[in-house]
Ligand binder design. Structure first.
Ligand code: ATP
Ligand code: MG
Length: 810
């Protein structure tokens, strides 16, 4: 029985199909890279839609990036053979969080037009808070505190919830107080930071049973990609949405007593579910906290009495399920069930440093009793060499579930994974560029190639090189267009127009371009605003009515205040991109760059033009501003055939025909910071990152290491990454050694002088010594490796003197 097979199911293997067709009850797909997890999710949505089990608006689907969300939407459209009308709840945790928060902003003490601060603004604000408390912000840097706040918010903590130890760790025990002051400031500014996009919704859902019940009746299906990288706050958020209350009265979910989190070492529940000191905050209902989900049946089995009511007063896009759904499901139990499906790979958990908890995936079965766990073993992405190399590498990690992976992409003609050496990063970039041009000449698209770096500073060299070569490239998730100074200035003007309470934006441009408003004047406005608890723009409007400020700055300030008033009036009447142009003209901002004689000025003016052009694509100024605050990936010229450059972290879930992985050197990859801070688990996370990198490649995979690298401005001789040692000889080739110049990769004459230096260092006692040093350094630095199977891949014999013996190079 069951539905007739549909086109979209064809081509799936048995287990994939089971993951798609098990629409009833919780499902976990736990499988290695390239096994089709994301494809299963996409197909599952198509399946749900085409069986009529739910409307698009009843499906909550979480992806890791905005880009992935867009791609998923497109793919679903293709699968169901028609444009999918609005999947309003398909997006990242943040984009869905902002949506929930806009709908219920008042429940978090905000107005629905709140601003989302980016990191820069956040730091500025924190600095102000630190200074306002009379603390020295040099001794207690805002960045450090911002980092702490992010950490707390990743755990779902508000100021009251942070553990005593944490609270003591900053500013002589004033951490809690500062955190609290920061949250107050955010509220006054009608703003929130990224962490709030999760934390506010959690509190809203937890504290407002009717709101929670509305979402429970709204979302029939919840799907989550990259589940291994959810943090505690995201996990709590999901649990709230995916778990129906056990009790029949909706109020039983007040204070979230049915929702607990695991794994807190202190044995206390993390906030926002608990109060200070580890004891649960007493909930309105007085229900016990001890009832974690372990003992509870899957709450979805219980009918939700709130459902009918919620539907009656359903707001905007909410619609009841298609009639076919009831026919298809029949029994009432499945009708009330919220069916969650998470897919992930514990070996690809690479955001531990940002608070991700791989445990979330490991305990899915406990959290959702009665769940179906599906493992996929066939990798459809990579050749046997790439998969072999990656599997062998990741096997060096201890804390893993372990998986079998196989591929049928096996052919004697397949390239092995290539390991290359270069003298320094410039040469590395040059060689990679050469390789790319050759591939291009053989007919490969640039779109099919990617360079994945461990640290973003590595990008510059490639960007420089590609600009020289005239090779198109795009930086994904990197230094973004919107982060450029002129763009940020322009945006600040727009933000104040859209949201006059946005003090941070106001401060940024109050004297940009210079209009004679010095620090003293700005401080006056600032203090006036603080004293009265009003926005700075409003304060400025009042100050200019008085004699307080000297005539000159007063006149300048009055003009600015008047201008904002005028622009705000225009907001209703003028298309926003036209208004933007007017603002930049009238404020003198455009003129400032026109009069600037520096080399960058023309480029900046072009960027401003591009900014205005890009605004046309948005309905309103607000949606544009929201877009900018949410954009994580810079997709410049999406239509252009271009090589992608990104960090390994940004490469998650993606795949490319050819992948270049530069910088496989100790200290860079594995990264020293991870080793220093994370010890063994830090190293394991680095290794997972290497696994992610290798498994992005479909056909060709090139690894690079250099002998000398400049890190933070200092030249250092380097040691090849231990990860190179961990690759299996059977699947790896070491690129030709530089024994004959012409043969050394054939990268062209310009390399000769360097290759010479390179080789001089090689065949001699110097080289022998370098090897010796390397071995010593190895046992010295990697003492902890004893017991780890080390398989040498032979580059020691053939290759260049890694430079390990050289103290300084340039
Ligand atoms: P990652 O862990 O890297 O996110 P994944 O498990 O999500 O990988 P997908 O990206 O869904 O894997 O799939 C990898 C590749 O294999 C894609 O190109 C996908 O189209 C292809 N693929 C998946 N399943 C099949 C199948 N049954 N037949 C043919 N190709 C498939
Ligand atoms: Mg995937």
């Amino acid at each position: 029985r069951g539905p007739p097979p549909r086109d979209y199911l064809e081509g799936l293997n048995g287990e994939q199909r089971r993951a798609v067709e098990t629409t009833d009850g919780p499902v976990l797909v736990l499988a290695g890279a390239g096994t089709g997890k994301t494809r299963v999710l996409t197909t599952r949505i198509a399946h749900i839609l085409s069986l009529g089990l739910a409307w698009p608006s009843q499906i909550l689907a979480v992806t890791f990036t905005n880009k992935a969300a867009r791609e998923m939407k497109e793919r679903i459209g293709i699968l169901v053979g028609e444009a999918v009308e609005g999947m309003p709840w398909l997006g990242t945790f943040h984009s869905i969080g902002v949506k929930i928060l806009r709908r219920h902003a008042e429940l978090a003490g905000l107005r629905s037009d709140f601003t989302i601060l980016d990191t820069d603004d956040q730091i500025r604000l924190i600095k102000q808070v630190i200074q306002a408390e009379g603390l020295d912000d040099k001794r207690w840097p805002a960045r450090t505190f911002a980092h702490m706040i992010d950490g707390w918010k990743n755990k779902g903590y508000g100021p009251k919830d942070i553990p005593e130890g944490d609270a003591r760790a900053f500013a002589n025990g004033r951490g809690r107080e500062l955190f609290s002051a920061y949250q107050d400031r955010l509220k006054t500014l009608n703003a929130c930071d990224f962490g709030d996009l999760l934390c506010h919704p959690i509190r809203i859902l937890r504290d407002n049973p009717d709101v929670l019940a509305d979402y429970h009746s709204r979302f029939r299906y919840i799907l989550v990609d990259e589940y291994q990288d959810t943090n505690t706050a995201q996990y709590m958020w999901l649990r709230l949405l995916a778990q129906r209350p056990r009790s029949k009265t909706p109020s039983s979910v007040a204070s979230g007593d049915t929702f607990s989190h695991h794994g807190e070492k202190e044995g206390r529940l993390p906030s926002p579910l608990v109060g200070e000191g580890g004891s649960p905050r007493s909930g309105e209902t007085g229900e016990g906290y001890s009832s974690g989900f372990e003992e509870a049946p899957f709450p979805g089995d219980l009918p939700s009495p709130a459902e009918g009511r919620a539907r009656d007063d359903a707001p905007d896009d909410f619609s009841s399920a298609p009639a076919e759904r009831s026919r298809a499901s029949g029994d009432s139990a499945s009708e009330n069930k919220i069916n969650i499906c998470c897919v992930g790979d514990d070996d690809q958990s690479i955001y531990g440093w940002r608070g991700a908890e791989v445990d979330n995936i490991l305990r899915f079965e406990k959290d959702f009793p009665g769940s179906t766990v599906i493992r996929l073993e066939r990798n459809y992405r990579s050749t046997e060499h790439i998969l072999g190399a990656a599997s062998h590498l990741i096997a060096h990690n201890e804390g893993r579930l372990g998986k079998t992976l196989f591929t049928e992409l096996s052919d004697p003609d397949h390239d092995k994974v290539q390991v290359h050496a270069a003298w320094d990063s410039e040469e590395e970039a040059r060689a990679v560029g050469e390789e790319i041009e050759q591939a291009q000449r053989r007919g490969h698209n640039l779109n099919d190639m990617a360079i994945l770096v461990r640290a973003s500073f590595q990008m510059r060299e490639f960007e420089d090189r590609f600009v020289t070569l005239g090779l198109n490239y795009r930086v994904i998730g990197g230094p973004r267009f919107y982060e450029r100074m002129e763009i940020r200035d322009a945006m600040a003007y727009f933000r104040v127009v859209a949201q006059p309470a946005d003090d941070l934006a106001f401060e940024r441009i109050v004297n940009t371009p210079k209009r004679g408003l010095g620090d003293a004047s700005v401080r006056m406005v600032h203090d006036y605003a603080r004293a009265r608890g009003i926005p700075m723009l409003e304060a400025a409007g009042e100050i200019v009515q008085t004699e307080e400020m000297k005539p000159k700055p007063r006149a300048a300030l009055r003009e600015l205040v008047d201008s904002f008033k005028r622009w705000r009036d225009l907001l209703e009447k003028t298309p926003h991109s036209e208004l933007a142009e007017v603002i930049l003209e009238e404020s003198g901002y455009t003129a400032m760059w026109q009069n600037d004689r520096s080399a960058e000025a023309p480029g900046r003016l072009e960027n401003l033009k591009e900014l205005i052009r890009s605004m046309e694509e948005f309905e309103s100024l607000r949606s544009f501003l929201e877009h900018v605050s949410l954009v994580m990936d810079a997709e410049q010229n999406a239509d252009l055939d271009a090589v992608s450059i990104m960090t390994l972290h940004a490469a998650k879930g993606l795949e490319f025909e050819t992948v270049f992985l530069p910088g496989w050197e100790e200290g860079l990859f594995p990264h020293q910071r991870s080793l220093d801070e994370g010890g063994r688990s830090g190293l394991e996370e680095e290794r997972r990152l290497a696994y992610v990198g290798l498994t992005r490649a479909k056909r060709h995979c090139h690894l690079w290491f250099v002998s000398n690298r400049r890190i933070h401005g200092l030249w250092q001789s380097t040691i090849p990454s231990r990860f190179l040692d961990e690759l299996p000889a059977a699947h790896v080739d070491v690129a030709e050694a530089p024994t004959n110049y012409g043969g050394f990769g054939g990268y062209g004459a310009s390399r000769f002088d360097k290759a010479e230096a390179f080789s001089a260092n090689r065949s001699t006692p110097g080289w022998q010594r370098a090897q010796q040093n390397r071995t010593e350094a190895t046992s010295r630095n990697w003492g902890s490796r004893s017991g780890v199977a080390v398989e040498r891949i032979g580059y020691g014999e053939t290759d260049s003197g890694f430079g390990a013996g050289r103290k300084s190079v340039k």
